[in-house]
Design a protein around this ligand. Structure first.
Ligand code: BTN
Length: 325
């Protein structure tokens, strides 16, 4: 997508009609160049109307992230988070993985208005739309070794759920290992990628995608039960407030995890687990599915289930999927 496309969309962000002539003039471009730049807008998962005599109008207003407001909030917190916001990127996590290899400091965060190749768990794509999602990643360096990061993705899920609840999202829960759900539908996805020495230090790239206001187009592309913030908040928080709260809560949770591992978040995680005490079907990556009951979460983040024949199993692999029965 060209920079001009994003500039033009900022002129159209209020959702009202704007004439092509006015937008082109304000951006110092010809009308033909503007019209060319707007042709690719549908690729961003949003709808743009063009009405002869009236101009262009977005189907939904877009709230672009307010770097200044978020920066102000982040300036007050310890540990330090330094955020960059870009219009477009392939994936914020892919970019931070590269920055981590170049030595970027702990607390480096990157948010994108639009990811053209967002990545989900198990090699899946992560679907988002311009203004309809929050997509960001946070790089964190740990004293503890990569072998001691088990449970990290659960601690992250617990922090994301708490931040969303604090911003007015109702009935937020978690689903092992690290989905954030409302009414058993996915509200946010988390991708934690770690590397480093087994005895430490180690580094994690924590990628978070939140469904903010999913349009029809995104819904058509997603093959699981999903929900958005608009569907479960009494009062809609702004995207910027939500991102600031998520980063603040996450940075505290990650610092806490480095000090005491999953232990500090375990009770809260348990109380948020949508599947606690429930009968589930377990889908291991390469084995046959089986039925079990969720009993607990272990100190290392493994899910403790009991099978129909009375065996207690600790499920540790993130490649396992659960489904309610
Ligand atoms: C999941 O499959 O549930 C995890 C989804 C994680 C998506 C986020 S969006 C920001 C970051 N960048 C990516 O490419 N993926 C993560």
């Amino acid at each position: 997508m060209s920079a001009l496309t994003f500039q033009a969309l900022r002129s159209l962000a209020d959702g009202r009609f704007h004439s092509g002539e006015d937008i082109a003039r304000s951006l110092n471009r010809s009308r033909a160049t503007l019209s060319e730049a707007l042709k690719r807008v549908p690729d961003l998962g949003i709808e743009l109307f063009s009405v002869p005599g009236k101009g262009y109008r977005l189907a939904q207003p877009i709230e672009f992230l307010d770097a200044k407001a978020i920066g102000k909030r982040l300036a007050t917190v310890q540990p330090r988070v330094s955020l960059e916001i870009v219009d477009e990127i392939d994936s914020t996590s892919t970019r931070l993985l590269a920055l981590a290899a170049e030595g970027a400091p702990s607390g480096t965060a990157l948010a994108a208005e639009w990811q053209n190749s967002g990545r989900g768990r198990r090699g899946r794509a992560w679907v988002s739309s311009l203004g309809g999602s929050l997509t960001f990643s946070l790089l964190w360096r740990f004293e503890r070794g990569a072998g001691h990061l088990a449970g990290l993705s659960l601690a992250v899920g617990e922090a994301v759920a708490r931040a969303l609840a604090r911003c007015g999202v109702e009935r937020v829960q978690v689903k092992w290992p690290n989905d954030v759900v409302v009414d058993f539908r996915k509200l946010a996805g988390i991708l934690v990628e770690t590397s480093g020495e087994s005895q430490g230090p180690s580094v994690a790239i924590v990628g978070v995608g939140v469904n903010y206001r999913l349009g029809e187009k995104s819904l058509d592309l997603i093959d699981q039960a999903v929900i958005d913030v608009a569907g479960c908040a009494q009062e809609m928080p702004s995207r910027s407030d939500l991102l600031a709260e998520l980063l603040v809560t996450l940075s505290n949770a990650l610092a806490q995890f480095d000090r005491s591992g999953f232990a500090a978040a375990r009770d809260s995680w348990r109380s948020l687990h949508a599947y606690q005490g429930r009968r589930v079907r377990v889908f291991p990556a390469h084995e046959a599915a089986y039925d079990a009951e969720v009993v607990d979460v272990a100190p290392d983040g493994a899910l403790v289930v009991s099978t129909a024949d009375g065996r207690a199993l600790n499920l540790a692999s993130a490649d396992i999927t659960l489904r309610a029965r």
